[in-house]
Every structure is written in structure tokens, then in C-alpha cells.
Design a protein around this ligand. Structure first.
Ligand code: PRP
Length: 198
């Protein structure tokens, strides 16, 4: 774990994972995934599905590293609302025309927390005729798990902290932060007060 803090236009949140660490780990995950899918995609090209919005930066990186310029489809599942606690029910939005029948779906997630989102999406793609449904997640919080979900490819196991950055937000803020940091409302408040006073 890094001791660094965010700088520049962002409040000085504690950095949990730097952008470099993140990118290095994504390279490793994609190497593993490519090997598992077989040379030249033995069973046909997989169907990449990003769970937006948080997984967009991860999905873009995975897409760039995988052979074959595969398209990334997007699906949305709503669970968090605007706070830091999961609501419990997951609604699947869109994604009806994703061509998943008879194919291996790779669900790309920024974080698996309670696991409810992935459990719901897996159900969704199985019902739509996917052959397999594998899960690649950048972060995993196994201590928070409620649903029976074990991701196939995990970037980092993290403690039960509310993290933002690299696509992840709190109420729409900080998705563009390059590192993954621990959200702290006090640090944010002080930073905003200082910025206003300048
Ligand atoms: C986050 C994250 C996962 C989900 C994980 O999405 O991107 O999809 O929560 O939580 P779970 O394992 O408890 O179901 P969020 O609802 O915050 O939407 P967003 O990606 O649009 O920010």
C-alpha cells in the first residue's frame, strides 16, 4: 500500500493504488485471460461487457491489450444510489442487444463488493444464452460479500474502505482521478474550504 497522497486539483486523499500499479496489474490479468481463452480464441472471440460507469477505464485498457480489436459492450446496473452504502436491490439497465448467445461473456467490473451486481448480471447473461460468464474485476472486497460470487480474475483484494478514482465515484465526483484513493469527507471539506479562501 502506498503512503502517497493525491495532488493537484484533487483533495489530498490517501492513495491506495497508484495508476502505475493499476496498469501493471491489468497487464498481468489480461495475459492470464488471453492464455485461458486459447490461441486465436479457440472457442470464438469473447463478448466483452463493461459494467458502466465505473468500469469504463478498465474496460478500455483491457480492450487495448487483448488481441483482435474486440468491441466493448456496456451494461448498467444500479445499486449504490448517491451514498456509500449499497441499496440491496440491483436493477439491470440496457444491454438487451448485446450479442452474447453461445459466447463466453467477460464481465468487466471496477469493484465487486456485496457481489449482488455480478450475481444479477450473471443471471441476466445466462438467461440470454451466454455459454460462460467470467468476471474480471480490478478490485475485490471479499469481506463485504453477501451474494455467492467469486470473480475469475481479480486485480487487487482491498480492505473495506470507500475507494474512488480510476472510474469510481462518489455521487458522480472523482471518476477522472488517475489513482485509486480512499475517500475522506473531512479531507475533501478542508480542501474545498481552502480553495474557496484562495
Ligand atoms: C459499483 C461498482 C459495481 C457495484 C459493486 O457500481 O461499479 O458495479 O457497485 O457493488 P456490489 O458488489 O455491492 O453489487 P455503482 O452502482 O456505484 O455504479 P457506477 O459504476 O455507475 O458508479
Amino acid at each position: 500500500m502506498s503512503e502517497a497522497e493525491t495532488t493537484g486539483r484533487f483533495p489530498p486523499f490517501r492513495v491506495l493504488l497508484s495508476r502505475d500499479e493499476i496498469l501493471r496489474r491489468i497487464h498481468e490479468l489480461v495475459r492470464q485471460l488471453t492464455a485461458d481463452l486459447g490461441e486465436g480464441y479457440a472457442d470464438g472471440p469473447p463478448c466483452l461487457v463493461a459494467v458502466v460507469e465505473g468500469a469504463r477505464p478498465l474496460a478500455r485498457t483491457v480492450q487495448r491489450l487483448l488481441p483482435g480489436a474486440l468491441p466493448v459492450h456496456e451494461i448498467k446496473a444500479s445499486s449504490y444510489g448517491s451514498g456509500t452504502e449499497s441499496a440491496g436491490t440491483v436493477e439491470v439497465l440496457g444491454g438487451r442487444d448485446i450479442p452474447c448467445a453461445g459466447r463466453t461473456v467477460i464481465l468487466i467490473e471496477d469493484i465487486v463488493d456485496t457481489g449482488r451486481t455480478i450475481a444479477r448480471l450473471r443471471e441476466h447473461f445466462r438467461a440470454a444464452g451466454a455459454l460462460h460468464c467470467r468476471v474480471l474485476t480490478l478490485l475485490d472486497k471479499p469481506s463485504r460479500r453477501v451474494a455467492d460470487v467469486v470473480p475469475d480474475y481479480i486485480g487487487f483484494d482491498i480492505p473495506d474502505e470507500f475507494v474512488i478514482g480510476f472510474g469510481m465515484d462518489i455521487a458522480g465526483r472523482y471518476r477522472e482521478l488517475p489513482d485509486i484513493v480512499i475517500y475522506d469527507a473531512e479531507i475533501e471539506k478542508v480542501f474545498e474550504r481552502t480553495a474557496l479562501a484562495e
